[in-house]
Design a protein around this ligand. Sequence first.
Ligand SMILES: [Zn+2]
Length: 154
Amino acid sequence: MRNELLTWFAREGMLLSSATSSDDPDDDEIKIVVKPPMIALSRASKDFRECPDPLDFGYPESSLEMMNIDDMNQFVMEWLEHAVAAGMGRCFVCNQILDNSDEKPWDAVLITRDIYCWLLVHFDCKRYLSRDLKGRNPFEVAADPPEIFGDMCI
Ligand SMILES: [Zn+2]
C-alpha cells in the first residue's frame, strides 16, 4: 500500500497499530506494526483484501487529499459492487454468494470496533454480525492486494 494512502487513513484515525517485541531475548527492539482498514469479501481469511487505492483506478494523484471518509466509503462501495458482480462476494454471516439482484439485498458495512473492515452482509443477516466478528484480530489477517476492475477505472 502506498504511503499516501496509509497517511490518509492515519489522518482519518483509521490506522491501528500494535507493538510487538521479538522472541529473541538479545533483540530488544520493539516493532510497531500498523494495519490499515481491510475488505472482507467473505469471512474466509483468503478473501481479505487491502483497501483499493483510487490511484490504481485512474484517479488523479491529488484525489486523496480531497477525499473524506464518505468519499472513500463510496469508492469502496463501488469496488464491492464490482466484486459482487464478478461473483466474488459472500455474506459474512451466512456465507452465501451475493448478487446484485434485489432478491436478497445486501449491504456493505464498515466495522470500526477492534478491526477496521468493510464487509458484505445480507440485511437479514446483520443482527448476527457482532457474533461472527468476535475474536477477530486484525493483526493476524493477511490481506491480499485488491482486484483492479477495468470498467471501474476512470
Ligand atoms: Zn447472509
